[in-house]
Design a protein around this ligand. Structure first.
Ligand code: SF4
Length: 215
C-alpha cells in the first residue's frame, strides 16, 4: 500500500493471516507421505505436476519401493517408467535416485534436517528443502511456490519474482509461527479465490487489505 511503513505492513500481514486461518482452517500439504524420504520423493515429483497426480503415482510407487535404498539401487529405467505420468520422468528419476543414494551412503538412510545438507542432494533446491524442513521436521520455513509469488505481489508484500528474495522479505513481515501454514492457506486461496488472471475479488476475505482489489 502507498506509503505503508513496516509497522503497518506487519499489522496488515497479521490481519491477513487471521482471515486466512478463519477461511482455510484445514489447509495442509496435499501430498501423501509417511516418512521424510517419501515426502522428498513426492516433492521432487510435484515439479510441473499436480499434487493429485503425484498422489496417484506414489500410491503404487511406495508399495514397490519401500525404503531409500530401494530407490538408490533400482534400475533407473524402471523408476522412470514408474513415475512416467508425472512428466519430466528422466530428470525426476535421476534426482530421486541421486538423492536417495546420497541419503543411504552419506546419511545412514536418514533425510538430513538442515538446509545446508538438503540442498546438497541432487534435484533438491531451496523450495523442496523448505518443504521437508517445515512439513516433516517442524522447523519454521516458508515455501515460495507460484501462488505465493503471485499473491504476495498482489498483496504488495514484495515486488520481486525471485523466490529466495521473497522468502526473506516475508520472513521479516509474517510471524514465525504462521510461516508453514501460510503457504498452504495461500495455495488454497490461489486455487479457490485469487485465481491467476481471474481473481474473484468480490468473494475475497482479504479484499480490505489488498491493494490490488478489483471492485
Ligand atoms: S482482493 Fe483480489 S487480488 Fe487481492 S487477494 Fe483477493 S482475489 Fe486476490
Amino acid at each position: 500500500m502507498m506509503g505503508e511503513g513496516k509497522v503497518k505492513k506487519i499489522k496488515r500481514a497479521a490481519n491477513i493471516v487471521q482471515y486466512l486461518y478463519n477461511e482455510y482452517p484445514d489447509s495442509k500439504c496435499s501430498l501423501n507421505y509417511k516418512s521424510a524420504h517419501q515426502l522428498l520423493v513426492a516433492t521432487i515429483l510435484s515439479a510441473q505436476c499436480t499434487d493429485h497426480r503425484v498422489n496417484i503415482v506414489t500410491n503404487d510407487l511406495f508399495l514397490k519401493y519401500k525404503k531409500p535404498s530401494d530407490f538408490a539401487y533400482c534400475k533407473i529405467t524402471d523408476l522412470a517408467k514408474d513415475i512416467h505420468s508425472c512428466g519430466y520422468y528422466n530428470q525426476k528419476s535421476k534426482s530421486i535416485q541421486g538423492a536417495s543414494l546420497k541419503i543411504v551412503e552419506e546419511h545412514n538412510g536418514v533425510v538430513p534436517d538442515s538446509m545446508k545438507e538438503l540442498i546438497k542432494l541432487p534435484g533438491v533446491g531451496r523450495k523442496t528443502a523448505n518443504c521437508i524442513l517445515g512439513e516433516y521436521y517442524g522447523q519454521p520455513t516458508m515455501v515460495i511456490d507460484t501462488h505465493m509469488v503471485r499473491i504476495m505481489n498482489l498483496l504488495d508484500f514484495t515486488k520481486s519474482k525471485d523466490p529466495k528474495k521473497i522468502e526473506l522479505e516475508l520472513m521479516d513481515i509474517f510471524d514465525k509461527k504462521d510461516w508453514v501454514k501460510l503457504t498452504h492457506m495461500i495455495i488454497d486461496h490461489g486455487r479457490a479465490v485469487c485465481i491467476a488472471r481471474r481473481p474473484k475479488c468480490i468473494n475475497c476475505v482479504l479484499s480490505p487489505y489488498c491493494p490490488s482489489v478489483i471492485n
